[in-house]
Design a protein around this ligand. Structure first.
Ligand code: NAD
Ligand code: 3PG
Length: 599
């Protein structure tokens, strides 16, 4: 069961003045719904997942050149500011006015950028694959979704890899420079053939497998190393997956196609060059950082590596006096792998769609720092997601001032198999409901677990398995806050926790239990909870106080232990009653305690 935990400061709550408190042990009762549910169905957008809700047209900063088709998609939805070649300082200044930022590999999106956005930045779109230029941890901490465009430049990168492979083998770049310098050096630029040679593809993902496919067409013997690639995918294109050591020891050519991560950083170094076949040729269209560039210069000088063709560098652009770039055995291009007209149009559309979708609150299929939730699961869970947030909001508002919330228990009652219910979204929304009413922090699917942990909030989840038809993903959700006092004593269940439960009825979330009392009130507008001695006329008395102030009552429900004993009345209201009206409700002699809760 997933748990968000931490041990630091508990959440603290401001004291509330508008509740009468008493401590009566109350048991569970039956409920009486007095009004049918209003027919209005709030079509809440999925914005809660990602964004804070955008009232005005969002602003998207495009910090590197993007294809026209993508730009026009963005312009249909947002104000678009295309500002290229910004300094870090300029980016940090502009970002506080932007809801989304789109970059390629040339812009470093650092922690400072997220901090400077003061919470406004909701989405970073990386128009390409590699996200090593985006500080993902900082993005997540700031609740900022990062999306990329992982597919549109695959073929372009693979074609560039093959172009470099062939150009290197036949000294195309060096010979071209020589001819242009007025020379005719036919003996100097004798090359090597590709046919029959062994190519080791390191990183057998999208680009790596396209390179392998093309190299097979050139008559090469292709092997690959990728600890995570399925062998059958390799076999399907006639490639054998081998260990890293076997790959580098037997290759005449090595082509690099893995992401830059802590594990792949400087994968090719003095030790690994020493294990390679003498005279090996290396192509890198992945990331410069996967090679120790100083070690590569040494390997070129010693003859272990005969040639290298490089599109990517640790520092881009590389220093003008870089020994590697100036080496006569090196062919270099300025990170051109994705730079074809076709790929750039494709990437621009892919990233624009992802960013617009994310700004609309949809969960992007290419999200890098948020769980992927398939759209069918999402639409099925949507009303429960709404319910989850509202239960969190209600539960936290029931906590008495000065209490510290540390432990929240969530139970999901379902007749579905345990692996058929994805609770990450629900947990995130409960966390949002628990934290947002009492802090200035904005919580979403991206930062929910992080924020809970940072605030010392431990959320444990359990599934209650029910018999019956698994037509609905959930029957009810229960949220309990342990070890706290409540401003509404009746919200404490027999087991001592603040307890609220809810269900979805006809697509609308309902509160169905408070403490040990059954109630039934649709979770729209706000709620007044009242404990009273059950007696005739109570509904009329409370209703007329609210009516005098023109506060519309949407729903009323009474849960009671037994006739004429304690009862809890839940009243849904469209407007917030004044303090005076709430005081008048509290002054009704039969009312023992009440609380006003905002949804
Ligand atoms: N030069 C360019 O313009 C350009 C263009 C596109 C992609 N790229 C870069 O190419 C690389 C691959 O892109 P992709 O779209 O194929 O990504 P991908 O995610 O589809 O493939 C990467 C593969 O690397 C594998 N891998 C991870 N760790 C590894 C390790 N230690 N050893 C071997 N394999 C490992 C993964 O399992 C995965 O299969 C990325 O670094 C990307 O940034 C560069
Ligand atoms: O990771 C990528 O997609 C490539 O390196 C392309 O980056 P670019 O969009 O900056 O050319």
């Amino acid at each position: 069961m997933a748990t968000a935990t931490a041990t630091s400061q508990p959440l603290r709550f401001p004291s509330q003045s508008l509740s009468l408190s008493s401590k009566l042990p109350l048991s569970s009762a039956f409920s009486v719904s007095l009004h049918p549910r209003r027919a209005t169905s709030r079509s809440r957008s999925l914005l809660v997942f990602i964004s804070a809700g955008l009232d005005a047209k969002p602003t998207v900063l495009v910090a590197e050149k993007l294809g026209d088709a993508g730009l026009s998609l963005l312009k249909d939805f947002a104000n678009v500011d295309c500002s290229y070649n910004l300094t870090t300082e300029e980016l940090c200044t502009k970002i506080s006015l932007c809801d989304a930022l789109i970059v390629r590999s040339g812009t470093k999106v650092t922690r400072e950028v997220f901090e400077s956005s003061s919470g406004r930045l909701k989405v970073v779109g990386r128009a390409g694959v590699g996200i090593d230029n985006v500080d993902l941890a900082a993005a997540t901490e700031h609740g900022c979704l990062v999306v990329n465009a992982p597919t549109a430049n695959t073929v372009a990168a693979a074609e560039h890899g093959i172009a470099l492979l062939a150009a290197m083998a036949r000294n195309v770049a060096q010979a071209d420079a020589s001819v242009k310098a007025g020379k005719w050096q036919r003996n100097k630029y004798v090359g090597v053939s590709l046919v029959g040679k062994t190519l080791a593809v390191l990183g057998f993902g999208k680009v790596g497998s396209e390179v392998a496919r093309r190299a097979k067409g050139l008559g090469m013997n292709v092997i690959a190393h990728d600890p995570y690639a399925p062998a059958d995918r390799a076999r399907a294109i006639g490639v054998e997956l081998v260990s890293f050591d076997d790959a580098i020891a037997s290759a005449d050519f090595i082509s690099l196609h893995m992401p830059l991560t802590a594990a792949t950083s400087k994968m090719l170094n003095d030790d690994t060059f020493a294990k390679m076949k003498k005279g090996v040729r290396i192509v890198n269209v992945a990331r410069g950082g996967v090679i120790d560039e100083d070690a590569l210069v040494r390997a070129l000088d010693s003859g272990i590596v005969a040639q290298a063709a490089l599109d990517v560098f640790t520092e881009e652009p590389p220093p003008k006096d870089s020994k590697l770039i100036l080496h006569e055995l090196v062919t270099a291009t300025p990170h051109l792998g994705a730079s074809t007209m076709e790929a750039q149009e494709g990437v621009a559309i892919e990233i624009a769609e992802a960013v617009v979708g994310a700004l609309k609150g949809e969960l992007a299929a290419t999200a890098v720092n948020a769980p992927m939730v398939p759209s069918e699961v999402l639409s099925e869970l949507k009303p429960f997601v709404d319910l989850a947030e509202k239960l969190g909001r209600l539960a936290v508002q029931l906590v008495a001032g000065g209490s510290g919330v540390k432990t929240v228990k969530v139970a999901y009652a379902t007749s579905r198999a345990p692996d058929d219910l994805d609770t990450r979204l629900l947990r995130a929304m409960i966390t949002k409901g628990l934290i947002e009413p009492i802090s200035s922090v904005f919580v979403n699917l991206v930062n929910a677990d992080f924020t809970a942990k940072q605030r010392g909030l431990r959320i444990t989840e359990e599934r209650v398995l029910l018999d019956g038809s698994p037509e609905n993903p959930l029957e009810f959700i229960q949220v309990q806050i342990a070890n706290v006092e409540s401003r509404f004593a009746s919200a404490i269940s027999d087991s001592g926790e603040i307890n609220v439960e809810g269900r979805v009825k006809d697509g609308i979330p309902h509160l169905t239990k408070v403490g040990s009392f059954d109630v039934d009130v649709s979770l729209e507008g706000s709620i007044i909870l009242c404990r009273q001695v059950d007696q005739p006329g109570m509904i009329g008395k409370v209703g007329s106080v609210l009516g005098e102030e023109n506060v519309n009552v949407s729903f009323m429900s009474v849960g009671r232990i037994a006739p004429r004993k304690q009862a809890v009345m839940a009243i849904g209201v469209d407007e917030q009653p004044s303090k005076e009206s709430l005081k008048k409700i509290g002054d009704i002699p039969a009312v023992e305690e009440f609380v006003f809760l905002k949804l």
